[in-house]
Design a protein around this ligand. Structure first.
Ligand code: MOS
Length: 727
């Protein structure tokens, strides 16, 4: 089994991104910035109704508008067809506001928008359902046949009813998290350009450079090899950017029809409506424990909606070991765009719901929330040791022992401060099947090639760090070439798998290339034995003595480069991480405004390749979690079934002044580093909202059961408690 260098000079250090300057200066061209010669602008027409069918559609006026070069419609089966086949769209059922109807490509964006408005569609408006409650009601309009409710994963372990009846202390509550959208800074889309009839190039904002062509090729009966996908940079993808989508196919279709490149990126409104969401969930949870703090039972019923998409299931209980459990859950369809995987799918919901009930039970037991959690970690789970260490580190950093007061005894004025904690876990392991090419050229340049992508995480930089480490060079000496589907297959960036999947083949490729170089140049180095040659500080060493520079050694290759291909090799990466987060908040009892003062995030992820990009991911995860905790929700109007805030004004996200002090620490003792590389993209976003909610309950003495912690939800909880005489 391969092993990482024992005393690295670069791995684990704070190394700036190779493309940082390009990004900060605007020189980095994102797919949405690309304008091949003659580019047309594509614009989608989408359903204004939550539920409707197309009675008639007439694109003839739109086709005659100035600048218009192509019009397509989406037919009954969901295929993208030329405007002249518009009749095939009649009868198509649209199931949400934002569902694709047609598209136009024109010389300018304004002309395309005008032409979209000139498409005449007669809709038959159908009854819709906008909330879980309305969807589950007797006689509700059906989103799909045969039923709006689809049973999800149930759990039955031990004897939950008996154990609950025998429990010495129980709590019961309904906790909920909202449906939120991905809000990628760069919206979904691509620019498509044909060469002849059978070669397609797309500049796509995608997490899936290597395999996007599989789905994009199908409607054109093109093999994936005929499609080149280019993604030098991309403005964020949290699980929703793996496929070409209808709008991508529409761009390629209109590019083919017009003989011109077509750029199609969603506008911010449709981006919110159609490009995915994280499902909501509301869980009624009953939990029981004995006086000693051991949980004995959990009985829960959970319902969530991901719009027209299935899969709103959560994991209950999350993290903690509960011997007797019954969980029943359902996905409830509503007339909104389909859910898509979103940064740690299912985990933020599962964590928030479980951790709220955990905290309420600790409160009722009169136990410190940290002590209570420690008592209920599984003795056989490898995460337990990690959590124990992380809880101790985090408690110290936030000042838990000195500053935290019991729930509701946090002061007398209108501003109350409180603290909360939550735990999370994630996989993040490596996948085989990817390859990396390493070229060493006679001019001393080193090039890596693989069809993975950097979705903002630093993937380009960490590949260069690995090569530089092995070759005794600097990361800036390495050309880290990714984001091109003509390179050997690279990992799709999902599940925090990019680093653990791509680090091993990079190590393998570079090691093989280095060994090939040693073999070639050894005869020119006083007939040194290849095994006596080492590399360090840009020099070549023989038996510990510097003999020549890297560049001079490479010159000896003459006219031929070395090119080696690396495969996934075991031993360098692993899966399975745990993290703990702490929040300190101040809540204004009069306005309900929650201000997060401090977050402490402790995360383990095995061997860290670049401390700087690692921290950047944890900061980003925490900020996304803070948004989930405080601000984000898809506001819907039950009457029209429309989303009320599909924009960046009313879909609230943190601004600079909302960001608290964030302390990020890695849990990385030697035994953790020895596990190898594990992905960190997703885990740090999981538990932030839970920790914030628990801090709010601690501050105000009342559980706010509905996320996000908006003034409305806080004041509602206070009002309910006061009505019930609890506060
Ligand atoms: Mo992630 S939600 O697996 O892109």
């Amino acid at each position: 089994m391969a092993e990482w260098p024992a005393n690295p000079t670069l791995i684990g250090k704070r190394i700036p991104r190779l493309d940082g300057l390009l990004k900060a200066s605007g020189k980095a061209k994102y797919p949405s910035d690309v304008r091949p010669e003659g580019t047309l602008f594509g614009v989608m027409l989408y359903s204004p109704y939550a539920h409707a069918s197309v009675k008639s559609i007439d694109v003839s006026a739109a086709e005659k508008m100035p600048g218009v070069k192509a019009v397509v419609v989406i037919d009954k089966g969901g295929a993208v067809v030329p405007g002249k086949e518009a009749a095939s769209a009649v009868g198509r059922v649209l199931r949400y506001h934002g569902d694709d109807v047609a598209a136009v490509a024109a010389e300018t964006e304004e002309q395309a928008r005008d032409a979209v408005r000139a498409i005449k569609v007669e809709y038959e408006v159908l009854p819709h359902v906008a909330t879980v409650e309305l969807s589950m009601a007797e006689g509700a309009p059906q989103v799909f046949k045969p039923a709006n409710v689809r049973k999800g994963r149930s759990v039955e372990r031990g004897k939950p009813a008996d154990a609950m009846a025998a429990a010495e202390v129980t709590v019961e509550g309904t906790y909920s998290v909202p449906m939120v959208t991905h809000v990628c800074l760069e919206s979904h889309g691509l620019t498509a350009k044909w060469e002849g009839d059978d070669k397609l190039t797309v500049w796509a904002s995608t997490q899936n450079v290597a395999r996007l062509g599989n789905d994009l090729g199908r409607p054109f009966e093109l093999p994936p090899a005929n499609i080149t996908v280019l993604t030098d940079y991309m403005g964020g993808g949290f699980g929703s950017k793996f496929g070409p989508d209808v709008w991508g196919v529409a761009a390629a279709r209109m590019a083919k029809m017009s003989g011109r490149p077509v750029r199609m990126f969603l506008d911010r409104v449709q981006e919110h409506l159609a490009a995915g969401n994280r499902p909501s969930n509301a869980a009624h949870i009953k939990m029981g424990a004995n006086r000693d703090g051991k949980i004995v039972a959990m009985i829960a019923e959970a319902n969530g909606t991901g719009g027209v998409g299935a899969g709103a299931d959560v994991i209950l209980p999350y993290v903690y070991s509960v011997p007797n459990t019954r969980v029943e859950q359902s996905t409830v369809f509503t007339n909104f765009g389909s859910q898509r995987a979103m940064r740690a799918p299912r985990h933020p919901q599962s964590c928030t719901l479980t951790e709220a009930a955990m905290d309420d039970l600790a409160e009722k037991l009169g136990m410190d929330p940290i002590e209570f959690r420690l008592k209920n970690l599984s003795p056989t789970d490898f995460h337990t040791k990690i959590y124990q260490a992380e809880l101790a580190m985090g408690a110290e950093l936030i000042g838990w022992r000195e500053k935290r007061k019991p729930r509701g005894r946090t002061g007398t004025g209108p501003i109350r401060t409180g603290m909360g904690v939550a735990l999370h876990q994630w996989g993040g392991g490596g996948q085989p099947g990817n390859r990396v090419i390493c070229n060493i050229n006679p001019d001393g340049s080193v090039e890596l090639k693989t069809a993975t992508q950097d979705i903002g995480t630093g993937a380009r930089t960490i590949l260069a760090i690995i090569a530089a480490e092995i070759l005794g060079l600097q990361p800036t000496d390495i050309i880290s070439n990714i984001g091109n589907s003509t390179f050997p297959p690279g990992q799709s960036s999902g599940g925090s798998t990019t680093s653990p999947s791509m680090a091993p083949p990079t190590y393998d490729a570079v090691t093989k290339a280095r060994d090939a170089l040693f073999k070639k140049v050894a005869p020119t180095l006083d007939n040194a034995r290849p095994e006596d040659i080492t590399l360090k500080d840009g020099r070549v060493w023989v038996s510990g003595e510097p003999v020549t520079s890297w560049k001079d050694a490479c010159r000896k290759l003459g006219t031929s480069s070395i090119s080696e291909t690396g495969e996934f090799i075991p031993g360098l990466s692993q899966s399975g991480v745990g993290g703990a987060q702490f929040a300190e908040v101040a809540v204004d009892l009069e306005t309900g405004v929650v201000k997060v003062k401090k977050i402490v995030a402790i995360q383990d992820t095995g061997l860290i390749l670049d401390k700087l990009t690692w921290e950047s991911q944890v900061y980003g995860g925490v900020i996304m979690g803070l948004n989930y905790g405080l601000f984000e929700e898809r506001a819907v109007d039950p009457t029209t079934g429309r989303m009320l805030n599909p924009d960046m004004e009313w879909y609230k996200l943190a601004g600079a002044s909302d960001i608290p002090e964030i302390i990020v620490r890695a849990y990385e003792p030697d035994e953790q580093k020895a596990r190898g590389v594990i992905g960190v993209g997703e885990p740090p976003t999981i538990s932030t909202a839970a920790a914030i909610g628990n801090a709010v309950a601690n501050a105000i003495g009342v559980r706010v059961p509905e996320w996000p912690m908006t003034p409305r939800n806080v004041l509602n909880a206070l009002a309910t408690a006061s009505r019930e005489g609890r506060a």
